[in-house]
Write a protein that binds this ligand. Structure first.
Ligand code: ADP
Ligand code: MG
Ligand code: MG
Length: 248
C-alpha cells in the first residue's frame, strides 16, 4: 500500500530525512519510534504532502502511484489521513456538523453526491457507538475547551468516519495522559482491518502497551536504523535510546 524509497527531505537547507525506506501493507500496524528530533513528525508531514518540506530525493507511493505531485487535499482524498497535532477550535460548530462537512467535502472531491441525511446519522451513530462516544460530546463545539483526551477522541472519531486507507497518528512529544493514550489505542484497535494500514508515531513506549504493532521501526537522525516486531518496543522500553545512538 505505502512504499517509501530512499526518501530525502528537508527544510530550507537543513536535511532532516536522510534516506528512508519503508513498506507498509494493507492490514498492518507499524509503529515508528525514536528520540526527539529524529524526524518522525517530518516523515508524517512529508507523507501527507506538507509543502513546508522539500523532497530532494526518493519517492512516496500509495498503491503504486507516486504522490510527489499531489497536494495534501488530493492525498487525503486518496485515503491518507494524518492526525492533527494542533487541532483547531471552531466555536459554534458541533462535532457532528464538523464530521458531516468533512464527509461531504471528501465525497464532493471524489465527484460523489452528498451523503443522504439518514445515512449520515446512521454512520455517526455506528462509529460513535464503536468508539464509546456519548451524545453530549457530539453536540459540543469543536475542540472548544476540550481536554487532551477529548481532542484525541475527536481525532479518532474523525478517522473512523473517514475510513482512511492509510492513517498516520503522530502523537507528538507533548505528553498524552493515560486516558488519551487509551482512547487512541482503543480507536486504532477497533478501526484496523484487512483493508487499511496504520502508522503510529510515538516517542513513548507506553502507547504500545495498548496498541500491538506488527512492526516497530526506530528513526534516528533521519534514518530508520532498526526494524523489528513488537519485542523491539519492549527492548526500547528497557534500554532507552542511548544504545541506538551509540550504534549510529
Ligand atoms: P521528531 O518528530 O522525531 O521529534 P521532527 O520531525 O519534529 O522530529 O524534527 C526533526 C528535525 O528537523 C529537528 O531537528 C527539528 O528541529 C527540525 N525541523 C522540523 N521541522 C522544522 C521546521 N519547520 N523548521 C526548521 N526545522 C525543523
Ligand atoms: Mg519533536
Ligand atoms: Mg514529532
Amino acid at each position: 500500500m505505502l512504499s517509501i524509497k530512499n526518501l530525502h527531505a528537508g527544510i530550507e537547507d537543513k536535511d532532516i530525512l536522510k534516506g528512508i525506506n519503508l513498506e507498509v501493507k494493507a492490514g498492518e500496524v507499524h509503529a515508528i519510534m525514536g528520540p526527539n528530533g529524529s524526524g518522525k513528525s517530518t516523515l508524517s508531514a512529508v507523507i501527507a504532502g506538507n509543502e513546508h518540506y522539500e523532497v530532494t530525493e526518493g519517492s512516496v507511493e500509495l498503491d503504486g502511484e507516486d504522490l510527489a505531485d499531489l497536494a495534501p487535499e488530493e492525498r487525503a482524498h486518496k485515503g491518507v489521513f494524518l492526525s492533527f497535532q494542533y487541532p483547531v477550535e471552531i466555536p459554534g460548530v458541533s462535532v457532528t456538523n464538523f464530521m458531516k462537512t468533512a464527509i461531504n467535502e471528501s465525497r464532493k472531491a471524489k465527484g460523489q453526491e452528498e451523503m443522504p441525511a439518514n445515512e449520515m446519522l446512521k454512520l455517526i451513530r455506528e462509529k460513535s457507538e464503536l468508539l464509546e462516544i456519548d451524545r453530549k460530546f457530539l453536540s459540543r463545539s469543536l475542540n472548544e475547551g476540550f481536554s487532551g483526551g477529548e481532542k484525541k477522541r475527536n481525532e479518532i472519531f474523525q478517522m473512523a468516519m473517514l475510513e482512511p486507507k492509510l492513517a498516520i497518528l503522530d502523537e507528538t512529544d507533548s505528553g498524552l495522559d493515560i486516558d488519551a493514550l487509551r482512547i487512541v489505542a482503543n480507536g486504532v484497535n477497533k478501526l484496523k482491518s484487512e483493508n487499511n494500514a496504520i502508522i503510529v508515531i510515538t516517542h513513548y513506549q507506553r502507547l504500545l502497551d495498548y496498541i500491538v504493532p506488527d512492526f516497530v521501526h526506530v528513526l534516528y537522525n533521519g534514518k530508520i536504523v532498526k526494524s523489528g516486531g513488537k519485542e523491539l518496543a519492549y527492548e526500547l522500553e528497557e534500554k532507552g535510546y542511548d544504545w541506538i545512538k551509540a550504534e549510529n
